[in-house]
Design a protein. Structure first.
Length: 137
């Protein structure tokens, strides 16, 4: 039997990359085979996460802060949120600093009021952010 081991990611050594105004992202893992990825998201007070659609499912663990998500309700440190494939979420305003661990099975699309896709958070977009920051991914 062969064991592949694994990796340890020192998250505090990773830069916060720009995702949206006042929202940063740390790229922890990219799985090019499946399209899945793991990221940390930090929102500053006053930030707003744009309206979005989960093309594939996502899981979130709240690491810091508290707030209210229009579709999933109140959240605080330690809460777990499951977002199913195809879920559409309204803009999410943040009053506190929020830090989340997000594990995605695939992309999310940022969408306009007319449902047109404005931007896609996927492996390619995350690789581009990491590349622009000059850090190997």
């Amino acid at each position: 039997m062969t064991y592949t081991g694994g990796i340890t990611v020192h998250t505090e050594d990773l830069p916060w990359l720009p995702l949206a105004p006042k929202i940063g992202i740390r790229v922890l893992r990219l799985n090019r085979d499946t399209g899945g990825f793991s990221v940390m998201i930090r929102a500053e007070p006053g930030a707003v996460l744009p309206r979005h659609r989960h093309v594939e499912s996502a899981e979130i663990l709240v690491l810091k802060g508290q707030g209210r998500h229009p579709q999933t309700g109140e959240f605080r440190v330690g809460d777990y949120v499951s977002e199913p494939k195809g879920a559409v979420h309204d803009m999410v305003p943040f009053n506190d600093e929020i830090v989340l661990l997000m594990i995605c099975e695939g992309p999310s699309e940022f969408i306009a009021d007319d449902d047109s896709v404005q931007n896609v958070m996927d492996i390619s977009m995350l690789e581009s952010l990491v590349s622009q920051a000059g850090k190997p991914g």
